[in-house]
Design a protein around this ligand. Structure first.
Ligand SMILES: Cc1ncc(C[n+]2csc(CCOP(=O)(O)OP(=O)(O)O)c2C)c(N)n1
Ligand code: SF4
Ligand SMILES: [Mg+2]
Length: 284
């Protein structure tokens, strides 16, 4: 009961507007329980999102929040972390938000190892705009924007994050709340960019791709002895055609973007400051 009270204290009191049966309720629940377990003061926490049903999440959590622009949650989260390194920054968004319109940001946030946690809610559809295909739609080919079937191959978000060099990559499932909570805690404890793909069904517009019964039948936990520094094996697990592997695929710590900025500041110390005059003198 005390535990429930602690996690509820991270809820803003604004009721989610998600459809009945939406997988996002499970994600919200896992998230606030993770915050409670980490004992994070709400004044030290910032949630940044793009646009979509998933991106509404900051309204429902008691913390600093920014519901921003479609596909732009990640660069804003990078800005917030860079300006306020003491804040714990969590970015959230959907498969359309993060992999279609915002797909150009992920490689750079990953390769630069920005110290934020990114939860990608993967329901394989544009939920908010009522059912257009997204870059992860596979098994539900006839959508409002693909009346004759899909043209391209789907993106595998976890595999993409591994290839882009994310220093922490995990896959969870909205229905497996305790497991998801544990992944979020591990991701938030990891210093560097943590990418967590969360499989979640859209009860209104796509119950095929993330069909709960099918995922439960085919899921497998990442083996205990998996070497999280072995990115090739992680890629094999992420792209397994037979089984849906859930758990931590990669954990490979390295200096963060903040560390690099600090290093650059140190190097710049003692050097004569650049003024307009010194710059103009170069062309004199
Ligand atoms: C620049 C811009 N283009 C398009 C839209 C319309 N739009 C709003 S949400 C959305 C897609 C949402 O899908 P996803 O990111 O997967 O989130 P979900 O709703 O499934 O959680 C789109 C295309 C927008 N708001 N802004
Ligand atoms: S449209 Fe889909 S993703 Fe959006 S709230 Fe409803 S069930 Fe959830
Ligand atoms: Mg979606």
């Amino acid at each position: 009961m005390e535990e429930l009270d602690r996690s509820c204290s991270y809820l803003s009191g604004i009721s989610p507007v998600w459809c009945p049966g939406c997988g996002y309720y499970g994600i919200l629940s896992a998230l606030v329980e993770a915050f409670a377990d980490l004992n994070l003061p709400t004044r030290e926490l910032a949630l940044i999102s793009g646009i979509g049903c998933s991106s509404r999440l900051p309204y429902f959590v008691k913390a600093y929040g920014f519901h921003s622009i479609h596909g732009r949650g990640l660069p804003i989260a990078q800005g917030v972390k860079t300006a306020n390194p003491d804040l714990t920054v969590v970015a959230v968004g959907g498969d359309g938000d993060g992999l279609a319109i915002g797909g150009g940001h992920l490689p750079h946030i990953a390769r630069n190892n920005v110290d934020i946690t990114y939860l990608l809610f993967n329901n394989a559809i544009y939920g908010m705009t009522k059912g257009q295909f997204s870059p992860t739609t596979t098994l539900f080919p006839i959508t409002k924007t693909s009346p004759f079937g899909l043209a391209g191959e789907a993106i595998n978000p976890s595999a993409l994050a591994i290839v882009y060099g994310a220093s922490f990559v995990a896959r969870g499932f909205s229905v497996k709340k305790e497991h998801l909570k544990d992944l979020i805690i591990r991701g938030m404890r990891h210093r560097g960019f943590s990418f967590i793909e969360i499989l979640s069904s859209c009860s209104s517009f796509n119950t095929t791709d993330m069909n709960v019964a099918r995922i439960i039948k085919n899921l497998q936990m990442v083996p205990e002895d998996h070497n999280q520094e072995d990115e090739i094996e992680a890629l094999r697990l992420a792209t397994d055609k037979e089984k849906i592997n859930l758990g931590v695929l990669v954990r490979n710590p390295r200096p963060t973007l903040g560390d690099k900025f600090q290093e650059a500041r140190q190097k710049a110390k003692g050097k004569s400051p650049v003024t307009v005059e010194t710059l103009l003198n170069q062309f004199a």
